[in-house]
Design a protein around this ligand. Structure first.
Ligand code: PGA
Length: 250
């Protein structure tokens, strides 16, 4: 059976002290017993990773981005191997904010993907359409291209290490969530493309998370769908009680 994952994307929020307190609060809840079969992950800013890693044991740690290269003259970048050494097990790549504000492309994501796999990190690969694309009926085409352009160059063995997050851009931070039907429809489509390329078993084993204004009040109806395997949670992950409630929504 595939994993269920609830991952908190803190984005550029929390001071180091606040982040540490939040991580401790999430870990304290998880130490009383994680919901059956659910993996909980937090993704703080780079500066918090080492300190947060030191207080987590039940909860996984993710970074929010990584460099396209191993090392060298890339001012401001952080490599996959540095993230691994800082204690991360996961790295989010291809988030829509990085695609739209920082020019991340299928090409740069392919390089990042290779770095993560090479360093034994689990990629959380984000995809999703913008509002215009949905309104003009192009959402399936857009998401299929994002998935195919980066994931279809992987071997089945490498693909099996990847977690996917479908995040319709119009739902991120807007309070406007995809309906459970819209989420299920896209997740099923993604799994279908994966099945066509990697076969039944690899597609069936891939965790596909939903992201975009997911919170305690709507997580249950989203997670009840057969192809929704958890969530990538932004705003609602900044509160330990709310995040914990989402983790308990399966
Ligand atoms: P949101 O963000 O939950 O605040 O909408 C989700 C994300 O961007 O990962």
């Amino acid at each position: 059976m595939r994993k269920k994952i609830v991952a908190g994307n803190w984005k550029m929020n929390t001071s180091p002290q606040e982040g540490l307190a939040l991580a401790k609060a999430v870990e304290a809840k998880a130490s009383h017993g994680l919901p059956q079969g659910v993996e909980l992950v937090v993704a703080p800013p780079f500066t918090h990773l080492s300190a947060v890693a030191a207080v987590l044991s039940k909860v996984g740690l993710s970074a929010q981005n990584c460099a396209t290269h191993d090392s060298g003259a890339y001012t401001g970048e952080v490599s996959a191997s540095m993230l691994k050494q800082a204690g991360a097990g996961y790295v989010i790549i291809g988030h829509s904010e990085r695609r739209s504000y920082y020019g991340e492309t299928d090409q740069s994501l392919s390089l990042k993907m290779a770095q993560l796999l090479k360093n034994g990190l689990t990629p959380i690969f984000c995809c999703g359409e913008v509002l215009d694309e949905r309104e003009s009926g192009k959402h399936f085409e857009v998401v299929e291209a994002q998935v195919a352009n980066v994931l279809f160059q992987l071997s089945e063995e490498d693909f099996r290490k990847v977690v996917i997050a479908y995040e319709p851009v119009w739902a991120i931070g807007t309070g406007r969530t995809a309906s459970p039907e819209q989420a299920q429809e896209m997740h099923a489509a993604i799994r279908g493309w994966l099945r066509g390329h990697f076969g039944d078993s690899a597609a069936a084993d891939c965790a596909i998370l939903y992201g975009g204004s997911c919170k305690a009040s709507n997580a249950q109806e989203l997670f009840a769908n057969p192809d929704v395997d958890g969530g990538l949670i932004g705003g609602a992950s900044l509160n330990a009680d709310e995040f914990w409630a989402i983790a308990n929504s399966f």
